[in-house]
Write a protein that binds this ligand. Structure first.
Ligand code: SAH
Length: 397
């Protein structure tokens, strides 16, 4: 007999709608003794076969579905899913001449707990769930079949693995370590990516479209790029002809890479054109406000403020605060480009927060553009949680 989980009565509804998660409270019985990450069959209370899933004994999400079809979860399965994901991205890759893109966006690509970003000839993987971790060598085999000349590096050094009973782990899975920083190109801009020590897998690919759209607001302008990381928006601002760009971040390593990136693109990095400022944005914005320093464009791309529902209220206050401060240091008619990558905050709530910030700042705001994650971060209709990044271009009067 295969190892399986039987759901409690009526608990099959979300799986019938093809949402890929099974919560612990939905399970009535475990048949057999599955190992962490092992593939199990899922049955409804009345004995209907529902799915093949990975068992996760330590997580509230007790199982994550690999397939709603009766099939082996083997190398071929992963080759199929990876090939489908690559195919979905081909148009975007070709149009943007991208050498850096998200290949696998976990649940949104039918591969729960697996994130894989491609940076030139490197694939950087995060295995975030017990199931993903259990299948690691099979996934590496599948990746090698799909991309024969590729190097594969693991960056599973993320806190979320704790919930799955997994330790952080990093290292080379196949091929060679990069001797120099890996350089990618997006929209004609070169970006060096530190796949070993950078944040997440090395770069924030999801903001590519927003960075591109930012270019039209910056010509001859004074730009403040808050939470700049390795330059991102600042590099696009330079390409878009900004007069001066201040990139602010708390990470010195990120700022050094940002400078390197500017040089890589032959942008003028003299202080009158580009500043790389090690500063806490929350303090910096207050200092600028108190000094009366003003900008034409403020870019506000903070890290995720809400990791859980319990943190959402605090996160709302944080977003309101920084956006209020940003408005206060904008010249009349200036542009605020503001984003939230907290999935728990939807676009309507984010818009409301900006509206509240405008009232507090005693400024008038018009929303002129809406943004989302780039096309290599798809959202599957069965998994709306996959839509997490949103942003606005606002005119501030
Ligand atoms: N806009 C970037 C991505 C930003 S990621 C891009 O397009 O690539 C968020 C950044 O915020 C990280 O680099 C992190 O170091 C920085 N950060 C976090 N808290 C900060 C704070 N209080 N002040 C300044 N930077 C901060």
């Amino acid at each position: 007999m295969t190892i399986s989980l039987t759901l409690a009565k009526g608990r099959e509804k979300s799986l019938i709608r093809r949402h890929p998660w099974v919560f612990s409270r939905a399970i009535e019985q475990i048949n057999g003794t599955p190992e962490a990450g092992q593939t199990v069959d899922i049955y409804s209370h009345d004995g209907r076969w529902l799915a093949k899933a990975a068992y996760s004994p330590h997580s509230q999400i007790r199982a994550r579905v690999w397939s709603f079809e009766k099939r082996e979860i083997d190398t071929n399965f992963f080759v199929e899913r990876i090939s489908q994901a690559q195919l979905l991205r081909e148009e975007v890759i070709q149009q943007g001449k991208l050498t850096g893109y998200r290949l696998i966006a976990a649940e949104s690509d039918g591969l729960p707990g697996i994130t894989i970003d491609r940076y030139d000839n490197y694939l950087v993987c995060q295995f975030l769930s017990a199931g993903a971790d259990y299948q690691k060598t099979v996934i590496v085999d599948a990746l090698r079949k799909c991309f024969p000349a590729i190097n594969i590096y693991e960056r599973s050094d993320v806190a979320i693995r704790k919930k799955e009973g997994l330790k952080p782990t990093t290292g080379l899975l196949h091929g060679n370590m990069p001797s120099d920083p890996v350089i990618i190109e997006e929209n004609g801009i070169k970006i060096s990516v530190d796949i070993v020590n950078g944040h997440k897998t090395g770069f924030y690919l999801d903001q590519r479209d927003s960075r591109y759209h930012a270019m039209k607001y910056v010509k001859d302008k004074e730009v403040l790029n808050c939470f700049s990381y390795t330059g991102g928006f600042g590099l696009y601002a330079a390409k878009g002809g900004a007069q001066r760009i201040i990139n602010a971040d708390v990470s010195q390593h990120a700022l050094e890479t940002a400078k390197l990136n500017a040089e890589l693109n032959q942008f003028d990095t003299s202080k009158k054109r580009m500043v790389f400022l090690n500063a806490d944005v929350f303090k910096l914005l207050r200092e600028y406000r108190d000094q009366g320093t003003q900008f034409d464009v403020v870019i506000m791309d903070p890290p995720k403020f809400a990791e859980s529902k319990a943190q959402l209220n605090g996160a709302c206050r944080g977003y309101k605060d920084i956006n209020m401060l940003a408005m206060q240091i904008l010249k009349p008619g200036g542009t605020l480009l503001t984003y939230s990558c907290s999935g728990l905050m939807d676009q309507t709530l984010f818009q409301k927060i900006i509206a509240d910030a405008a009232l507090d700042a005693k400024r008038h705001v018009k929303f002129i553009e809406r943004f989302g994650q780039a096309a290599d971060h798809p959202v599957d209709s069965t998994y709306p949680e996959g839509f997490y990044l949103k942003g606005f271009a606002c005119k501030v009067f």
